[in-house]
Design a protein around this ligand. Sequence first.
Ligand code: DGP
Length: 112
Amino acid sequence: MDCIFCKIIAGEIPSSKVYEDDQILAFNDINPQTPVHILVIPKRHIRSMDEVTSENSAVVAHIFETIPKIAAKAGLTNGYRVISNCGDDACQSVKHLHFHIMGGRQLPENMG
Ligand code: DGP
């Protein structure tokens, strides 16, 4: 499958990993927009939020259970933002479900 994030999971493309377990991987965004900018992805390919179903949503729950630990480890003691871009209007550029953890400075109130 021609998916950049699947290649990162397979170790075919290097990444700066910050967390990994049997279900998910977290690594630093190659183009950070905030001092801390981490991507969290399921190891199983899910194209976007639109493809989350009752059959695969356990991994999404696991991601959200793990995000606070990843954020704490990254030093985000004063808050952070979690974003998932879905589809063209949201400018989703990588078609593998991912959650941006962004923080390390005061973020703007406006998100759109
Ligand atoms: P989105 O626009 O929500 O699809 O964000 C995709 C993010 O993925 C974007 O912030 C840049 C990041 N990205 C793309 N390719 C790579 C890569 O090869 N390595 C890493 N670490 N991040 C990547």
